[in-house]
Design a protein around this ligand. Structure first.
Ligand code: UD1
Ligand code: MG
Length: 452
C-alpha cells in the first residue's frame, strides 16, 4: 500500500503571553534545545512531503532554528485557525485533489514531548480507517486549560469546546485535545474558511473545524495518545514539568544503553548528549548541549560540561568545567576546579587541580601542575598556547600566549613564560630566591623597640 503523503504545519506564531518572556515561546529550551527543535526531530522519521512553520513577525531566530523547514509569517496572532489558514498558502497548489498531498498534519509548537513513534501511530491509524479529521486525544489528570472533546449521543466526537467557553458540564469532560490533528486535504479549505471569532477570546480557533465537520456529516475520530507526550507548554511551570519528563526519558535511554547514573535524578542531560558503554556519571553533573563521552569514562560530581568531547577512560572532575571546544583524548584526567575551553588534551595528559586551559594544545602524557593558567586573552584578541608531549609544567605557572613549549620540557613552578621553550629544556622564569641568615630576628627586634 502506498504511503499517503502529508504536509506538516507547525504553529509557532502565538505571542506566548503566559510565559511572560521577551523570547518566543517555542524558543524556550528543553534539554538544551528549543522546544520546536524537539518537535521537528519527532516529525522527521515520518517524512512529510512539506513542512511549514507559522511564525510571528520578528521571529527570525525561530526561522533560523527550523531551517530547512519553510516558514510563513502570520502578521497578527488572530488564533490557531487563522495560523493554519496562513500556512496553507504555502502548500495550496500541492494539496489534493489537484496536488499530491492528501493530508495536512497540524502540530502545535508548544508540545515538545511528542515522540516520533507516537506520531507514526497516528498516521497509521488514519491510513487504517480514514477520517475527515483524526484528533490526537488525551486524558490529563487535570484537564485545566485544554480543549474538551464533546461527545455526540452515539459516543463519537461532536466538537471541541475550549475551556474558557465550556459550560460546567463540558468543563467536567476528561477527554481533551492534545494539539495535533490530521485533516483530509479535500475538506480543509471549506472548514477553515468557515471559522468565525464568536468565542471568549475573539480568535479564529482551529478547534472550531471539528464541529463544522460533524455538522456537514464528515467523519471525525479521536485516537488516544499518552498524555505525557502531549503536555502543552504555556507557562514556566509547564516548561519545568516538560523538562522533568524529558530528563527522565533521556536518563532512561542513557541507562538502557549501558551508562551508570549513580543518582539519575541529579544528572541533567541535553537531547544530544552521547555516551559510550560503561560511562559512569556521579551525582550532580550537568551536560549542556554538544557533549560526547566515550566508553569507560568517569564524570565525577559537580562537573559542568558543554560542547565537549571526552575520550575513552578519561576522568573528569569533581568540580570540573568543560566549555565548548574542550577535547579530551583517551585517559586524560581533568580534576577539581579545572576549566578547559577550545583546547585539546592529547592521550594521557593530566591537569588535576585549579587550572585554566583555553585556546591550547596539550601533548600526550603532559602533566599540568596546580594553578597553571594559559593567559590567552590580552584584552583584545585570543592567542594560543602549544604544549608538546611529555612536558612537566610546575605549579602556578602562567603561560602568556602566544607561546610554545617543546616536547619533554620542564617548567619550574611559579614561572611566567612569555617566550618559546625548546624541547627538553628546563625553563625557570621567576625571581631568584635570596636567603639572609638572622635578618628576620633583627627586624623583629627593631620593630619591638619602636612599639615600646
Ligand atoms: C490549544 C487548543 C486547545 C488544546 C491545546 C493543546 C486552540 C484554540 N486551543 O490551546 O484546544 O487542548 O492547544 O495544547 O487551538 N499560535 C499561532 N497563532 C495564533 C495563536 C497561536 O501560531 O494566532 C500557536 C502558538 O504559538 C502555539 C499554538 O499555536 O504554538 C497553540 O496556541 P496556544 O495559545 O498555546 O493554545 P492553547 O491555549 O494551549
Ligand atoms: Mg498551548
Amino acid at each position: 500500500m502506498s504511503q499517503s503523503r502529508f504536509a506538516a504545519i507547525i504553529l509557532a506564531a502565538g505571542s506566548g503571553t503566559r510565559m511572560k518572556s521577551a523570547i518566543p515561546k517555542v524558543m524556550h529550551p528543553i534539554a538544551g534545545q528549543p522546544m520546536i527543535a524537539h518537535l521537528l526531530q519527532a516529525l522527521e522519521p515520518s517524512r512529510p512531503a512539506a513542512t511549514v512553520v507559522v511564525i510571528g513577525p520578528q521571529m527570525d531566530d525561530v526561522a533560523r532554528t527550523v531551517t530547512p523547514a519553510q516558514t510563513v509569517v502570520q502578521d497578527l496572532p488572530l488564533g490557531t485557525g487563522d495560523a493554519v489558514r496562513t500556512a496553507l498558502q504555502a502548500v495550496q497548489g500541492r494539496l489534493a485533489p489537484q496536488g499530491d498531498i492528501d493530508e495536512v498534519l497540524v502540530l502545535y509548537g508548544d508540545t515538545p514531548l511528542l515522540r516520533s513513534e507516537t506520531l507514526a501511530r497516528l498516521l497509521t491509524e488514519q491510513k487504517r480507517s480514514p477520517a475527515a479529521i483524526l484528533l490526537g486525544g488525551m486524558r490529563p489528570a487535570d484537564a485545566g486549560p485544554y480543549g474538551r472533546l464533546v461527545p455526540a449521543p452515539d459516543g463519537s466526537v461532536l466538537r471541541i469546546v475550549e475551556a474558557a467557553d465550556a459550560t460546567p458540564e463540558e468543563y467536567a469532560i476528561g477527554l481533551c485535545w492534545g494539539g495535533l490533528m490530521l485533516i483530509r486535504a479535500h475538506h480543509i479549505f471549506e472548514l477553515i474558511d468557515a471559522l468565525d471569532r464568536n468565542n471568549a477570546k475573539s480568535e479564529f480557533y482551529l478547534t472550531g473545524i471539528v464541529g463544522m465537520a460533524t455538522d456537514r456529516g464528515l467523519p471525525v475520530r479521536v485516537f488516544e495518545l499518552p498524555v505525557e507526550e502531549l503536555i502543552g507548554v504555556n507557562t514556566r511551570a509547564e516548561l519545568a514539568e516538560a523538562e522533568a519528563l524529558m530528563q527522565s526519558r533521556l536518563r532512561r535511554t542513557a541507562m538502557d544503553a549501558g551508562v551508570t547514573l549513580v543518582a539519575p535524578e541529579t544528572v541533567y542531560l541535553s537531547a544530544d548528549t552521547r555516551f559510550g558503554r560503561d560511562v559512569l556519571v556521579e551525582p550532580n553533573v550537568t551536560f549542556g548541549p554538544g557533549v560526547t563521552v566515550d566508553e569507560g569514562a568517569r564524570i565525577c560530581s559537580f562537573s559542568h560540561l558543554e560542547g565537549a568531547s571526552i575520550g575513552a577512560h578519561a576522568r573528569v572532575g569533581p568540580f570540573a568545567r568543560l566549555r565548548p571546544g574542550a577535547v579530551l583524548d583517551d585517559e586524560v584526567h581533568v580534576g577539581n576546579f579545572v576549566e578547559v575551553k577550545s583546547a585539546r588534551l592529547h592521550a594521557g595528559a593530566k591537569a588535576n587541580h585549579l587550572t585554566y586551559i583555553g585556546d591550547a594544545e596539550v601533548g600526550a602524557r603532559t602533566n599540568i601542575g596546580a594553578g597553571t593558567i594559559t593567559c590567552n586573552y590580552d584584552g583584545f584578541n585570543k592567542h594560543r598556547t602549544i604544549i608538546g608531549e611529555g612536558v612537566f609544567i610546575g605549579s602556578n605557572t602562567a603561560l602568556v600566549a602566544p607561546v610554545t613549549v617543546g616536547d619533554g620540557a620542564i617548567v619550574a613552578a611559579g614561572s611566567v613564560i612569555t617566550s618559546e621553550i625548546s624541547p627538553d629544556a628546563l625553563s625557570v622564569a621567576r625571581g631568584r630566591q635570596v636567603n639572609k641568615p638572622g635578618r628576620a630576628a633583627e627586624i623583629r627586634a627593631r620593630l619591638r623597640g619602636k612599639n615600646r
